[in-house]
Design a protein around this ligand. Structure first.
Ligand code: SAH
Length: 214
């Protein structure tokens, strides 16, 4: 069941201000954070932490990313209306909800069946049109490719090359890559069939991207 309250909405508005103070500037990203009830994506027992700018535990030892990280990765994607976006690591479904709220046509993959199932249910309840898949994000979704944008929300040991093939020319991949105990955020632009431009955007912390399904 989905619900909201004045108190939760007030804390959410405060979080938006915090993110704006930290440098998030795209209005559509801030508006999406303001309208998606993050408290629904975590366990009710920790609901009062939903609007603190922190990553939180979800089932299966995974995390819902820190709101700043969600906003930062979303800004790097530079979304245009109706773009087709592949997300690797559905987790709670929160990042997918933000992308859908902005107007992206979202495809998201999760390797944990239970997380996939509960995110699918919640996104449907919230009336967000996200296509959810149970599978291994290293393989991606070749039958639905190409995508305008790809966002990876788990720390990858290296750039997932199979996914680069699933990007349109001119497309963008935002991916945190393992480096010395944390992850370095990369924005990779596909400038030709086999030609890529990569830029680093600093250190973040993610749970690992793992192959196979569970
Ligand atoms: N975007 C999520 C963040 C979840 S944490 C959110 O907003 O809540 C990262 C998620 O990536 C975890 O749920 C983990 O199980 C998943 N994951 C890790 N490796 C994966 C892979 N190879 N394919 C699909 N999902 C993967």
């Amino acid at each position: 069941m989905t619900y909201d309250s004045y108190s939760l909405a007030g804390k959410r508005a405060q979080l938006v201000k915090t993110l704006s103070d930290k440098g998030i500037s795209k209005i559509e990203v801030l508006n999406a954070i303001n309208s998606i009830p993050r408290h629904l994506f975590i366990d009710k027992s920790i609901e009062n932490h939903a609007y603190i700018d922190k990553a939180l535990r979800i089932e299966k030892g995974q995390t819902i990313s820190q709101p700043y990280t969600v906003a930062f990765q979303t800004e790097l994607l530079d979304l245009k209306p109706n773009e087709k976006v592949l997300e690797v690591g559905t987790g709670s479904g929160y990042q997918a909800a933000i992308l859908a709220k902005i107007g992206a046509n979202v495809y998201t993959i999760e390797r944990h069946f239970e997380l996939h199932k509960s995110a699918k249910l919640l996104l449907t309840e919230l009336n967000l049109k996200v296509k959810t898949f149970y599978g291994d994000g290293f393989i991606g979704l070749p039958s639905f490719a190409p995508f305008n944008k790809i966002i990876i929300t788990a720390g990858a040991p290296e750039i997932p090359y199979l996914l680069l093939k699933q990007l349109v020319v001119g497309g963008i991949m935002v991916v945190p890559i393992d480096k010395a105990g944390s992850q370095e955020m990369l924005r990779i632009i596909k400038i030709g069939g086999n030609d890529f431009e990569s830029k680093s955007f600093g250190k973040f912390n993610f749970v690992p991207m793992l192959s196979g399904k569970e």
